[in-house]
Design a protein around this ligand. Sequence first.
Ligand code: ADP
Length: 280
Amino acid sequence: LRVKFVLFRRESGFIAGIVAVLNDKTEQEKLEQEQKQFVSNVSHELRTPLTSVKAYLEALEDGAIHDPEVAHSFIHVSLNETNRMIRMISDLLTLSRIDQKKLPLNKEVVNFVDFLRFQVGRLAQLADADPLNNFTGKFHFVVDFPKGPIWLEIDPDKITQVIDNIIGNALKYSPDGGEIRVTLVVKPSKVLLTISDQGMGISKSDLANVFKRFYRVDQARNSQTGGTGLGLSIVKNIITLHGGSIDAQSQGIGKGTSFIICLPYTDQLSDYNNNQEWDA
Ligand code: ADP
């Protein structure tokens, strides 16, 4: 906190008053520091994959291109790195739109139960069938939803992005497979969506940070999974734009993680939703 005193004197020289100006300099400095850190992170995050693509291209030029097997693997790694850079840039553009309040929500009233069933089915199929995602182990999806429809006003594309990210993480960070449980509980003015896995978990000290931009629990496991460290910060922003909140809980290292998303619904929709059977 910066305090500046200004003295007012009469012509006679006597002090007529003092004005104290309080300037919350620390907050501004913190913001500037964060911005500098962000630019430094972006530069570093992009330079690393670019340096490795450059090294592979140089090796190919130096002769590796003549060995089809080696050439194929160098090209494969370079493509993976390039795809990661593209993902990172598109994530950064999304975050920049959110920062500038230029990410409008295209809200629709949807039956959230049907919506979730569709999303979970799609991702379960992907986890099983997509060889491009290096998901190891077999996953077992379990859903626990209310019987009747639950109506929510959401932007379906953006909430799809949220579900993709959280279930995608559950798959990425559960190297031995296990159960992925998706539960929807309806409260009088909101729904609670919980997505739990039985993967590697997150330590208590890391839990508070996973929603920060570029934060990753372990750099090494990340370069394998091809993540950007931006997914959860986008998720949190999308949920906040919907007037909701998100929380991460760990069952302990090696025992799994739960993400709990709270989404409110309007009074009009509560008339429909509260006619359903729900767990209070
Ligand atoms: P990334 O692209 O690295 O996955 P995210 O922002 O989605 O970035 O996640 C941030 C970090 O939080 C991840 O790098 C990972 O260390 C940790 N994390 C996220 N979800 C899980 C999970 N289900 N289990 C264990 N760790 C997780």
